[in-house]
Design a protein around this ligand. Structure first.
Ligand code: NAP
Length: 372
């Protein structure tokens, strides 16, 4: 029986992966073994099966006996363990949620509803390293894959509204602490029926600027504010998050002529849904009706929201989409810049399609491939 090792299963991405695999009854047909970097001998996750105690995630000899290793542990772990395994001649499949190996020549970035052909070609040509993409890029491609498939896109500008979860569990907790801290004095003040909005704003802004606000992880307040910078600077004024838009999109699609993708990535106070506003330059003018049909046909998770007020405010928001596999897309219309310019807005859960779901699915694809 195939042996599959899981590392990083109790982190944020890992625990969503475990939950989804259990939901879909995916823990069958192989032997799942769980590892830890901090609690060797401890208890593994509840997957509805008897499993042995946790093994050491740094035990190269043991790891070398596995057919498939799935890691959601993070880049530092991958950079330490992966080269050692390969150096020792390990020929198994490595599935990774971290960015460490994404841009390596012999790795494939996985998002099978979008690049199943690339994955299948990779498997038959012997590629053994499969990596989940950047959450924002994966969510953009899921939303627009119909237009990409029809080769209609000349370039895209994506302005993002990214959730706290993309920065990690500590940041999500910090956002909630900030929400409590900034609103705390307003709780009393708002009881006064004569209080004005301007006075409430003064009280809240004072809290936002207080040096007591919890911001160890974000560095600044995110609650009742936003942060137009994600990750480290790279060349030409971009952040690394913005840089990934172009390089990962083109690697996922394996485009012959690279499609320019650029924009400004902004952290906002939503918990786990990333939103993005697109300006899309089409290669030719296509009717709005046809554009809508192509977007709807992208994949089975697309939830197309008509460009109407009620539908948009009810269904095209993080509040509506959080925790769901739906890829909501709406506000689709032609722009004033010209016939071939299209606007759209999308919302997706970044822990599902942005992280755990492509990993869950590539594991299944590889297992089925090995069984053939
Ligand atoms: P995480 O929550 O920090 O978990 C990583 C590891 O930290 C866990 O597997 C666990 O390893 C250890 N850990 C230590 N204290 C913990 C605690 N109190 N609760 C849970 N785990 C604890 O990391 P993550 O956000 O899932 O990200 C994992 C990788 O996926 C990263 O490379 C990240 O860049 C990538 N990724 C993240 C997202 C996202 O939205 N967060 C999206 C796409 C990709 P042990 O059990 O071995 O101690």
């Amino acid at each position: 029986m195939l042996k599959v090792g899981f590392i990083g299963w109790r982190g944020m991405v890992g625990s969503v992966l475990m939950q989804r695999m259990k939901q879909e009854n995916d823990f069958n047909g192989f032997e799942p073994i769980f590892f830890s970097t901090s609690n060797v001998g401890g208890k593994g996750p509840d997957i509805g099966l008897e499993i042995p105690p946790l093994h050491d995630a740094y035990d190269i000899k043991l790891l070398s006996s596995f057919d498939i290793i799935v890691t959601c542990q993070g880049s530092n772990y991958t950079k330490k363990v992966y080269p050692e395994l390969r150096k020792n001649g390990w020929k198994g499949y490595w599935i990774d949620s971290s960015s460490a190996l994404r841009m390596e020549q012999d790795s494939i970035i996985v998002l099978d509803p979008v690049n199943r052909e690339v994955i299948d070609k990779g498997l038959s040509s012997g590629i053994k390293t499969y990596v989940g993409g950047n959450c924002t890029v994966s969510l953009m491609l899921m939303a627009l894959c119909g237009l990409f498939r029809e080769d209609l896109i000349e370039w895209i500008s994506s302005m993002t509204y990214q959730a706290a979860s993309g920065a990690g569990a500590k940041n999500m907790i910090e956002l909630v602490k900030q929400m409590i801290f900034v609103s705390e004095p307003c709780k009393e003040a708002i009881k006064d029926p004569a209080i004005t909005a301007i006075e409430l704003d003064r009280i809240l802004t004072e809290r936002l600027r207080s040096n007591q606000i919890p911001c160890e992880n974000f560095g600044v307040p995110l609650a009742a504010s936003l942060i137009p910078w994600i990750d480290v600077p790279v060349e030409e004024g971009q952040t690394r998050e913005e840089w990934k838009g172009f390089v990962e999109t083109n690697k996922i699609l394996q485009t012959k002529e690279p499609i320019p993708v650029d924009g400004i990535c902004v952290r906002v106070g939503s918990m786990r849904c990333h939103s993005q506003a697109f300006t899309i330059k089409l290669k030719k003018s296509v009717s709005l009706k046809e554009i809508e049909e192509i977007i709807k046909s992208g994949n089975e998770w697309i939830k197309f929201i008509p460009n109407e007020r009620d539908a948009t405010i009810k269904h095209l928001t993080p509040a509506a989409i959080s925790g769901k596999l739906d890829i909501a897309i709406g506000r689709v219309r032609k722009m004033k810049m010209g016939e071939s310019f299209v606007a759209a807005f999308t919302v997706g859960d970044q822990l599902l399609w942005g992280a755990a779901e492509p990993i869950k699915r590539i594991l299944k694809i590889i297992i089925n491939y090995l069984r053939k």
